[in-house]
Ligand binder design. Structure first.
Ligand code: NAD
Length: 489
């Protein structure tokens, strides 16, 4: 238990002990924080497997959301998400519901005490947490084809990228690297990259660079020491954070923060490790590192530094849990409780091999509001109508649609899975049952159309037996196309 000394200045935090090894590592972590003099007052809630099994699809009771919203700081042990049955990931729900837009994951090598091929690795991955392919908007509209919607917003990009630069300044990091795939996804990843360039210009003291995600990931795996802060989109960030933690040799030691404008959640990067639960052998370092980030976040940087330095000294002294124990390097193999005791014994000491950590000038929690949108003139210039059709070749479909009498719009071209197949397709292109038909004004393909003509076009197609499965309107913004061009457009 955290002591009740000096209750006036204590920060209330919501704490969940989670599943599997969660309760063991949370007890160890809270004991260390208490011994270090952290001024926190935990309010315990129950989340995870038991709550899921009691019928809550989200793994948390509605009343416990109130605790999170009231305290705004959440220290969370890992939980077990039951497979199937429509259970939702509590992490994803917490991130989106509480607006935790930034996932911050520091990765560091603790060589030679923890085995790694990259002893100089010391980087922070800042991953966008609310958008991208993780919005869960998926559809199946034909027998053959399914889709997942990738949503990227300008405010979303601004928030995460500005956060990365503010974080760099607060933690004295000299370089921010952006990773995206804007050579292929020009509209979505292109926005992320261009917002990165805009915001980077406001931080001339910080070096900036951009890599395409594929070569960027290869460089990360091969020469991680070249990176300081990496800022990237949700999916890429998810993947590269695990790569970075793995090559650092410390998946069991990494902590992470999910930070929003109002709330923040801190945790270990690993899961509930049911295979070792209840045996008292789990490494509490991941959750402890999450808790250190929490202390910095709530302005208790001195306590955070005290805990961090004592923890580094424990690692240096070779007192290791089984997951990182190395014959010839480690001095003592300990369980969860003894490891926590060793950290507590070293509170007030500093490491000799590792750099001494200082959070004396604790950065204030970074609050970022989204930018001011410049309203551009939006004009409707066409529509992509998608069909479920298996009646023949692309040429036959295109010719049949183009020949429909009294068509209000002009069929400009068709694609199948993004490949142009009409007009001038080639027979070698493999076609599925999912067709995109691009319709524009009959007078001039750049001319503004109105929604009524789109409904008329849809009605005409349906009356003639075509299964229209969805539409995407084509807009220009200040005359610039707000849609990807097809080949030959
Ligand atoms: P895991 O991270 O729980 O375990 C992977 C391996 O690492 C296991 O062998 C485990 O024993 C070991 N390990 C993990 N943490 C350790 C620690 N602190 N000390 C020593 N060894 C440790 O991953 P998993 O097995 O894929 O997932 C188990 C459960 O955790 C699943 O139900 C999954 O959904 C859940 N999970 C939860 C979170 C979270 O709550 N944030 C994150 C990931 C996975």
């Amino acid at each position: 238990m955290i002591s009740t000394k000096n209750p006036i200045t204590k920060t209330k935090i919501t704490v969940a002990h989670g599943d599997g090894i969660g309760p063991e590592i949370m007890d160890a972590t809270l004991r260390i924080l208490d011994a270090a003099g952290a001024l926190i007052e935990p309010e315990v809630i129950e989340i995870g497997e038991k709550v899921y099994r009691s019928g809550s699809k989200a793994g948390i009771q509605p009343s416990d959301w109130e605790s999170l919203r009231r305290n705004k700081v959440f220290l969370k042990a890992p939980i077990t998400t039951p497979q199937g049955g429509g259970f939702k990931s509590l992490n994803v729900t917490a991130r989106t519901t509480l607006g935790l837009f930034a996932n911050v994951r520091p990765c560091m090598a603790y060589s030679p005490y923890v085995d790694t091929k990259h002893p100089l690795l010391d980087l922070v991955i800042i991953r966008e947490n609310e958008e991208d392919l993780y919005t869960g908007i998926e559809h199946r509209q034909t027998n053959q084809v399914r889709q997942c919607l990738k949503l990227i917003s300008r405010p979303g990009c601004e928030k995460i990228i500005r956060y990365a630069f503010e974080y760099a300044r607060a933690y004295n990091r000299r370089k921010v690297t952006c990773l995206s795939k804007d050579n292929i996804m020009k509209m979505t990843d292109g926005l992320f990259h261009s917002v990165f360039d805009e915001i980077a210009a406001e931080y001339p003291d910080i070096e900036k660079e951009h890599w395409i995600i594929d070569i960027g990931s290869a460089l990360l795996a091969d020469e991680p020491e070249r990176f300081g802060i990496i800022v990237t989109l949700n999916l890429y960030g998810d993947i590269i954070s695990d790569i970075a933690a793995q090559i650092a040799g410390s998946v069991g030691m990494g902590g992470s923060a999910n930070v929003g404008e109002q709330c923040a959640m801190f945790e270990a990067i690993h899961g509930s490790a049911p295979d070792i639960a209840g045996r008292g052998i789990a490494n509490p370092s991941g959750l402890l590192n999450g808790a250190i980030m929490m202390l910095v976040h709530i302005g208790q940087g001195e306590v955070a530094a005290k805990v961090h330095n004592a923890w580094l000294k424990t690692i240096e002294d070779g007192i290791h849990t089984g997951d990182v124990y190395q014959e010839g390097v480690s001095k003592e193999r300990v369980g969860t409780k003894a490891f926590a005791d060793a950290v507590i014994e070293r509170l007030g000491q500093t490491p000799q091999h590792f750099k001494i950590i200082s959070y004396a000038a604790a950065p204030k929690p970074i609050h970022i509001t989204s930018g001011h949108e410049v309203q551009q003139e939006k004009e409707l210039v066409g529509v992509d109508i998608f069909l479920d059709w298996t009646g023949g070749t692309a040429q036959q479909l295109g010719d049949a649609i183009a020949a429909l009498p009294d068509s209000p719009l002009h069929l400009k071209m068709m694609t199948n899975r993004g490949v142009k197949v009409y007009p001038d397709g080639v027979p070698e292109t493999f076609c599925t049952d999912h067709w995109r038909c691009r319709f524009v004004s009959k007078i001039d393909s750049d001319k503004v159309i109105n929604k009524k003509t789109i409904w008329q076009q849809l009605a005409l197609l349906n009356e003639n037996g075509y299964d229209t499965i969805k539409t995407e309107n084509l807009y220009t913004f200040d005359g610039q196309p707000g849609y990807s061009q097809m080949q030959g457009e």
